[in-house]
Design a protein around this ligand. Structure first.
Ligand SMILES: [Ca+2]
Length: 404
C-alpha cells in the first residue's frame, strides 16, 4: 500500500504544485511582474499542459479531482500530503491487528510480575501509535480501576521510565513538558530550550502553546520570557509568536533579494549587528523562501549565513540562529547531528537521545535515520547499540524501528 501511495504522489505532485497552482495564480493575478529568470520555468509548464492536448483549465480540474482522491486515500495513513502539515516519516505507526483490551491485560500482568516484565511493556507500547496507547490506557483503567501511567511509573525506573512515560504523551504534550522542564526551577537548560523552540515549525509551536496552557495553566510566552533576556529572549519570543508565512507557490525573487541584502547589511556589512532585522526575517518568512534567501545571501556576503552568524553574535543567540538555519536547510540532518553529538562519548547523553527519539518517532525519525547514516557512515541503530545498554537500549532500538 505504501509503495502505491508513493507512486501516486510521485506521478501527481509535480503537476499539481508546478503547473496548476501557478496557472491558477497567473489567472488570479495578471498584474504580477515576472522576473527575468522566472520565465524559463513558465514556458516549460505551458509545454507540459499543451502537449497533453487539453486546456489548462480542464487539465487542472482533472488534476484537482485526482489530488482529492489521493488526499482522501492518504488521509487514512499517517502521511499527510500537501495541506498545512508537513508529510510524516515515522518509524512508529499504528498496529494493524490491534486489540486494546488484550494489550491492557498483558501490560497489567507485566507490571504485576515479580521484577517487572519490561520486555512485554516495551514490545507493546513502542509498536502502537499514540492514539492506540491512549486506548490501551483507557482499557487498562476499565479493567484494573487504576491509572496505567501511575502503574508504569511505579513499575519502571530511570531512562526506560522516561521513554515509556514520554510515549504516553502526545507529541505536543511531550514538547510542552520538555520546554517546561528546561525552564523550571533555578537556572535554565538553554540547550534544550533552543532545540525545542528553534526546531519546531510555526504550526507545531501553536499547538505546543495551546497544550502548554492546558497542562500547566500558564502562558508559554510568559514562562520563556521570564527565564531569558536580551536578544536571545527577543528571538525566542518572536518564534513562539509563530508569525511565519505559509510557504507560497509564487517565488518572489524581489523579496528574496531584498531579504538577502537586508541580512547582509544588518550584519556582516556594518559595525555591530542589527539583531532585530535578523530576528524579523528569520521568524516571519517561510522556510522555502529562507532557503532561497540564504542562497542569494552568498552573492552579497563573503561568508555564508552560518559563518556570518558565528562572526556576528555569540552565546545562546548564536546557538539559536545556527539551529534555525540548520533546520531551515535540513531539519532531519539537524536532529541526526544532535544524535551523533549526544552519542560521541563512551556513555550517551541520555536526555538528548531520549528527547529526540521520543519526540520524532511518530514525525520524521525514518528520515533522521537516513541523514544519520549519511553523516556517520554508521546507522543510528548500530550507534545506539554501541552507546546504550539494557532495557533503555531495547526501547530505543524498538522505536528506531530497524537498521539501515
Ligand atoms: Ca557586523
Amino acid at each position: 500500500m505504501n509503495a502505491l501511495c508513493l507512486f501516486i504522489i510521485g506521478v501527481a505532485s509535480p503537476f499539481k504544485t508546478e503547473a496548476c497552482d501557478r496557472h491558477r495564480q497567473r489567472k488570479a493575478d495578471h498584474t504580477r511582474k515576472e522576473e527575468a529568470y522566472g520565465e524559463e520555468e513558465e514556458e516549460e509548464e505551458e509545454d507540459r499542459g499543451g502537449s497533453l492536448g487539453v486546456s489548462q483549465d480542464l487539465f487542472c480540474t482533472l488534476r484537482d479531482f485526482t489530488m482529492a482522491l489521493v488526499s482522501e486515500f492518504l488521509g487514512q495513513l499517517t502521511l499527510n500530503f500537501g495541506g498545512e502539515s508537513e508529510p510524516k516519516f515515522p518509524t512508529v505507526v499504528a498496529a494493524g491487528d490491534f486489540d486494546p483490551a488484550k494489550d491492557a491485560a498483558r501490560i497489567e500482568t507485566a507490571v504485576k510480575t515479580k521484577g517487572v516484565d519490561e520486555q512485554t511493556i516495551i514490545d507493546i507500547l513502542t509498536r502502537r501509535s499514540y492514539s492506540q496507547r491512549r486506548e490501551i490506557a483507557f482499557e487498562y483503567e476499565k479493567r484494573s480501576k487504576k491509572d496505567m501511567i501511575t502503574a508504569l511509573k511505579g513499575a519502571l525506573s530511570g531512562s526506560l521510565e522516561a521513554v515509556i512515560l514520554g510515549l504516553m504523551k502526545s507529541t505536543a504534550q511531550y514538547d510542552a513538558s520538555e520546554i517546561k522542564g528546561s525552564i523550571k526551577g533555578l537556572g535554565t537548560d538553554e540547550e534544550t530550550l533552543i532545540e525545542m523552540v528553534c526546531s519546531r515549525s510555526a504550526d507545531e509551536l501553536v499547538e505546543i502553546k495551546r497544550v502548554y496552557k492546558e497542562l500547566f495553566k500558564k502562558e508559554l510566552e510568559k514562562d520563556v520570557a521570564g527565564d531569558t533576556s536580551g536578544d536571545f529572549k527577543g528571538l525566542l519570543m518572536a518564534l513562539v509568536q509563530a508569525k511565519r508565512d505559509e510557504p507560497s507557490n509564487i517565488v518572489d525573487y524581489e523579496k528574496i533579494d531584498q531579504d538577502a541584502r537586508a541580512l547582509y547589511e544588518a550584519g556582516v556589512k556594518r559595525k555591530g549587528t542589527d539583531v532585530a532585522t535578523w530576528i524579523t526575517i528569520m521568524s516571519e518568512r517561510s522556510v522555502p523562501h529562507l532557503q532561497k534567501v540564504f542562497d542569494r545571501y552568498k552573492s552579497y556576503s563573503p561568508y555564508d549565513m552560518q559563518e556570518s552568524i558565528r562572526k556576528e553574535v555569540k552565546g545562546d543567540l548564536e546557538k539559536s540562529f545556527l539551529t534555525l538555519v540548520e533546520c531551515f536547510e535540513n531539519k532531519q540532518q539537524y536532529f541526526a547531528n544532535r544524535l551523533s553529538e549526544a552519542m560521541k562519548g563512551k556513555s550517551a547523553k541520555e536526555k538528548v537521545v531520549t528527547r529526540i527519539i521520543v519526540s520524532r518517532c511518530e514525525v520524521d525519525l525514518m528520515k533522521i535515520r537516513t541523514e544519520f547514516k549519511k553523516l556517520n557512515q554508521k546507522s543510528l541503530y548500530q550507534t545506539i547499540t554501541e552507546h546504550t545498554k539494557g532495557d533503555y537500549q531495547k526501547v530505543l532500538l524498538s522505536l528506531c524501528g530497524g537498521d539501515d
